[in-house]
Design a protein around this ligand. Structure first.
Ligand code: FAD
Length: 425
């Protein structure tokens, strides 16, 4: 009854379906987000959002964080196992329709999930969960046929399938329009040739949301997104890439050699793939910013705790004015970014195009993650240079905020377009 009052409509209905799991149990218990304290911060921090976050936090603390160091060392986390746990509890489809196993909530709840995932003690696992729940599936959810959603979306939300997103290539990352992979129509199939690079979860994935050229037309109108099962003949996972950071997330290079996929696997309309992907990027960028906010907050907090107990020249490091001024400044920047994120999310939930604000938030997050991790690592002295502390892991992992899903320069180019400062073609 209390549950139905707090979660009218879709969520209550979703909770009645056979995926009650940890989320439903915690919601029934009426939990509250302990970490956030009592200050309501924004529209994405209602009691309902906090209940969701608290339920997720329990899973993170029990099923993920105790194993992170091991998975980082091994260079891969078991995506099927972790996603099944998250899927059963409902966290892989918070904003997806109930018809396909989701909770039918709005996008701000997905952002609450992304923020909470920032409490995982590495960057790689939240990134891979982000691909699954917020990057490989928005276009399929919005434009895919019922059949495709039954085949790919339902098992992805349930955590039975691992999804990956195939956009970047060896010769094209920032310049998405310039990808070379082709999908040539032969009868009722496409024949795919080419390669994808930097594919998160690529060596464990069951399917890929693939962007390929399906005609010779102009580069913004010749591409299609399609659901590609990863067990088809002609798909070769060439190598798992050894990386500076995000070590527990597998990142693969993948080749396609005459891979045949049914034409009905195209998401929405053929030729609209570039446009769909640009829309999909909005969610990817907002998701990434949300996770990074929590990661930065944790680093600042752990730095305060460390410098409070570490004495240098007879007093805690923290008590030097230059140290606490710097931490205060970083915390202020973080709150500004949080405000921008939630403004963008609120506008997006209302149905607006938020490409400009999502790009601004992603740009700021790219810059700020570097500043926060660099400044904080300095205050840890020699300890900051060891693998024992989270700050050194995030110093490596969060460097990706300025590259992945579009570099800082790509964000600046998009913002410029919206400001109409670029020469018109
Ligand atoms: C760990 C990891 C995971 C990833 N996961 C995925 C994934 O799952 N799926 C996927 O499709 N891709 C993925 N990527 C790829 C990522 O999105 C690309 O790396 C990113 O888009 C940049 O492309 P690029 O690496 O080809 O760099 P390039 O396009 O070669 O750009 C190199 C640099 O040039 C600069 N630059 C770019 N544009 C401009 C400009 N207009 N003006 C000035 N300078 C500019 C930037 O500094 C940029 O970093 C991942 C990457 C990494 C490292």
């Amino acid at each position: 009854m209390a549950l139905a009052r707090r979660f009218p409509g879709a969520l209550a209905m979703a909770l009645a379906r056979p995926f009650p799991g940890a989320l439903a149990m915690a919601l029934r218990a009426g939990g509250r987000g302990a970490r956030l304290g009592s200050e309501p911060r924004d529209a994405g921090d209602s009691p309902r959002h906090r209940d969701l976050r608290e339920a997720l936090r329990k899973i993170i603390d029990k099923e993920i964080n105790p194993f992170v160091d091991k998975w980082e060392e091994e260079g891969q986390f078991p995506a099927h196992k972790v996603f099944k746990i998250l899927g059963q509890a409902g966290f892989l489809g918070v904003d997806k329709p109930t018809e396909y196993g989701g909770m039918g909530l709005d996008f701000s709840y997905n952002i609450a999930v992304a923020e909470e995932l920032g409490n995982i003690r590495c960057g790689g696992i939240p990134m891979a969960i982000g691909v699954q729940a917020g990057m490989a599936t928005p276009a399929l959810t919005r434009f895919g046929s019922h059949e495709l959603k039954k085949q790919f979306l339902i098992p992805t939300i349930a955590g039975d399938f691992v999804a990956c997103l195939g956009i970047s290539e060896p010769g094209a990352g920032s310049d998405v329009a310039n990808i070379k992979t082709t999908a040539v129509r032969k009868g009722d199939e496409y024949v795919i040739n080419g390669a994808k690079m930097w594919i998160t979860s690529g060596s464990q994935a069951d399917w890929m949301c693939l962007l390929a050229n399906t005609s010779e037309g102009p580069p913004h109108r010749n591409k299609s997104l399609m659901c590609l099962p990863m067990n088809l003949p002609g798909i070769h996972v060439a190598k798992k890439i050894d990386k500076l950071g995000m070590r527990s997330s597998d990142t693969a290079q993948i080749f396609f050699e005459d891979v045949r996929v049914p034409c009905k696997n195209v998401i929405g309309e053929e030729g609209k793939g570039f446009t769909y992907q640009m829309l999909q990027f909005q969610e990817e960028r907002l998701w990434g910013v949300a996770t990074a906010l929590t990661q930065m907050e944790t680093i600042i907090q752990e730095t305060i705790e460390y410098t409070r107990q570490r004495k240098v020249f007879g007093q805690p490091v923290l008590h030097n004015q230059s140290v606490h001024f710097r931490l205060a400044e970083l915390a202020t920047e973080l709150e500004l970014l949080r405000s921008l994120l939630h403004r963008a999310v609120a506008l997006y939930v209302e149905g607006n195009d938020v490409t400009k604000f999502a790009s601004m938030a992603k740009l700021k997050a790219g810059r700020l993650t570097r500043e926060v991790t660099d400044s904080c690592l300095q205050f840890w002295g020699g300890m900051g240079f060891t693998s024992e502390v989270l700050v050194s892991r995030f110093y490596r992992d969060l460097r990706l905020m300025s590259i992945g899903g579009g570099s800082d320069e790509t964000m600046l180019s998009i913002i410029c377009k919206y400001m109409d400062t670029l020469p018109r073609k």
